[in-house]
Design a protein. Structure first.
Length: 666
């Protein structure tokens, strides 16, 4: 038998002695001890006994109590503190509180107490302890203010959730008292999850040590929370876990988005605090944006250390006390590397996880989920975790929020598919360099200080339709291992004043939560030049552009704008763009390469097919791709390889689509 249970049963044996003594006293004064209907009605003799008062003379158990506690002292010296003692210290219970708790607990550990309590309550249906019964067992008057005060809502037993009072409409002395099951499980040496928290508790985060950890420790105190404001890739949760560990506390991690809306906030907070105290843990709860104000106010004042997280600026109305507000930094390269090493024991030896995920902004939880997703995926194929598998795992952490506002594209092209002059290719590769190293340059080296400017990277692709602007954006996304999100203008632009800005704010907000490339195709529709104000429409159009100018500057992600008409863009955007890349029409050697790439290796070609003839026609890359597809259809319909006449016919059709005179064969 464990020392926890041995100590608890030793104390319950003393409760049994008190019950036996009280039963003997009641039986001695019972006017009808053999009445089969006892407890269902009152006889005149019973009424006389009530009026005469109930004799109470609890036995003197001082020596036996000392013996039980002496044994517990020995166990504690040996390194095992009985759970009952731990609970008394954690909840700051008095000796009277402890005796009340044990008397209420007895029926949950020994069924005999149910029947005995029913007899002592003079009510066969009342098989739990009541205040009157507890006071009789302890030999204190029912009107004793000290004893009654121990069952007050603000007293440790009730406020801490160790004892619950049922039947609020009944007189105080006859209300049923019970100990919640998780408390009972704890006292006998086990552990139970609170039913109210089953869907809210999430696995604790990995511990991350850093400079902010000490400040969190200094700010942690019961009844006054610490608020960590976080951004994408933040180390907030890991640093909070490290601070709790430094205080020898575990972590009770709560997802506030899962708290049922119909749950009483006070009950939720009291239940969470009780579980945290039973587990010697602090509470880590987030994000604050997902919680109701009443939930935050209740959590802020619980008697355990609490850390709240979220991306919003702290609102003083969220708590009746002033919290310690700290800005959580992003994970450093060394912190990320430490986490990856711990989470990827089955990775390929040459895998540099930090380098492979440099373009992603991953927080502690996201790194853990990415590693798990990559490990599971690799195990299905029976291989080690590689860079491709790891990046796929990172992409799987993107939520679906942005998909309601933008079209999600999984990149399926590479640098090999791009046919551009060397200068343009160099600018595009520079863009990927900026995306990979922005945290080091912008955040680490402080190259963009002040002004509320983000660590984002933005670029403008200009050029005629079909010159490869959108394809280049997809190539960049593929090279970075992220996804491409093409903003759907139909879901953004609204005819009502102010709605377009709201929709754009949702786009930018969701974009900061995912790891991807945000593409504004045909950007001149949104980022047009401001004009002189002639009427209200001009004024609000200018406001919209001004908003975009500010929002682009504070954006933390990678945004690419494309336009066929650069002259239509507001000049102020140029200063806010990191790169401007112009896409020219392809030259004849480039067109020859484009024809070869577009036909690919799977399409059968006639032996005498001369692509140099097709390359003489001035078409953009997009037009060549369309013509190649058309020629392939002609060949498939004739069950033969692609011939030159198929290409020439397709080229003629492309010219017609473009409103140009069909060419003659050069």
């Amino acid at each position: 038998m464990s020392s926890h249970l041995r100590h608890l049963l030793g104390r319950l044996a003393l409760v049994e002695d008190r019950v036996r003594a009280l039963v003997d006293l009641r039986r001695a004064a019972d006017p009808a001890p053999n009445d089969a209907f006892r407890g269902l009605y009152l006889t005149p003799a019973a009424i006389d006994g009530i009026l005469a008062g109930r004799p109470t003379a609890p036995p003197d158990l001082t020596d036996r109590l000392a013996a039980v506690e002496a044994e517990a002292d020995i166990a504690e010296v040996d390194g095992t503190t009985p759970r009952l003692r731990q609970l008394v210290r954690s909840f700051e219970l008095t000796e009277l509180d402890t005796e009340i708790l044990l008397a209420v607990l007895a029926p949950d550990l020994d069924a005999r107490f149910e029947q005995l309590y029913g007899y002592l309550n003079d009510d066969v249906s009342q098989r739990r302890a009541t205040p009157r019964l507890v006071f009789d067992l302890l030999g204190v008057p029912a009107a004793d203010p000290v004893a009654r005060g121990r069952l007050d809502h603000a007293a440790p037993l009730i406020a801490g959730g160790l004892v619950e009072v049922e039947g609020a409409t009944r007189p105080f002395l006859t209300r049923a008292l019970r100990v919640p099951d998780p408390v009972t499980a704890y006292l006998v040496g086990g552990q139970a999850t609170e039913p109210l928290l089953l869907d809210v508790v999430v696995p604790p985060p990995l511990v991350v040590y850093g400079e902010l950890e000490e400040r969190i420790v200094r700010g942690l105190q019961p009844g006054r929370p610490v608020y960590l404001r976080e951004t994408a890739g933040s180390a907030a949760c890991g640093l909070a876990a490290a601070a709790f560990a430094k205080l020898d506390l575990g972590v009770l991690s709560l997802d506030l988005a899962r708290v049922p809306r119909d749950l009483d906030p006070a009950v939720f907070a009291r239940t969470a605090a009780r579980q945290a105290r039973l587990r010697s843990a602090g509470i880590l709860a987030g994000s604050v944006e997902a919680a109701g104000v009443d939930v935050l106010r209740a959590l802020a004042v619980v008697p355990v250390p609490v850390v709240l997280t979220g991306g919003a600026t702290w609102d003083p109305g969220w708590a009746p006390v002033v919290p310690s507000v700290l800005d959580a930094p992003r994970l450093t390269a060394s912190q990320s590397a430490t986490l990856w090493r711990a989470l990827l024991p089955t990775a390929s030896p040459e895998l540099d996880a930090s380098a492979e995920t440099a373009a992603f902004r991953l927080g502690v939880d996201q790194i853990a989920r990415t590693a798990e997703a990559a490990t599971v995926s690799a195990s299905l194929d029976g291989v080690l975790v590689t860079g491709d598998v790891l990046r796929a795992g990172a992409r799987s952490q993107n939520g679906a929020g942005l998909e309601r506002l933008a079209r999600r594209i999984q990149p399926a092209v590479s640098w090999h598919d791009l046919v551009l002059p060397d200068e343009q290719l160099a600018r595009l590769r520079e863009l990927t360099i900026r995306a990979r190293h922005r945290e080091q340059v912008i955040r680490g080296w402080g190259m963009r200080p002040g002004g509320g400017r983000g660590a984002g990277v933005s670029a403008l692709f200009t050029g005629e339709s079909g010159t490869g602007k959108t394809l280049s954006a997809e190539v960049i996304a593929g090279d970075l291992g992220v996804e491409l999100y093409v903003v759907d203008l139909a879901t953004v632009v609204d005819k009502y004043i102010g709605e377009t800005e709201k929709n754009l704010e949702r786009v930018f907000t969701e974009a900061t939560r995912v790891n991807g490339v945000l593409l504004f195709d045909e950007a001149d529709a949104l980022f047009g030049k401001r004009s002189d104000v002639q009427d209200a429409r001009d004024r609000y159009a200018n406001v919209e552009v001004a908003y975009l100018l500010q929002r682009m500057e504070s954006f933390d992600g990678l945004a690419i704008l494309t336009t066929n008409l650069r002259a239509n863009l507001d000049d102020a955007f140029s200063r806010r763009l990191d790169l401007i890349v112009h896409f020219p029409q392809p030259s004849e050697p480039e067109r020859l390469l484009l024809w070869d790439r577009c036909l690919g290796s799977s399409v059968p070609r006639a032996g005498d097919l001369d692509l140099s003839t097709a390359a003489r026609f001035e078409l953009s890359g997009g037009d060549i791709r369309s013509a190649a597809v058309t020629a392939a259809y002609y060949a498939a319909a004739g069950s033969r390889p692609v011939r030159l006449d198929d290409l020439l016919t397709a080229i003629e059709h492309e010219y017609t689509k473009l409103g140009r005179l069909p060419p003659r064969c050069p």
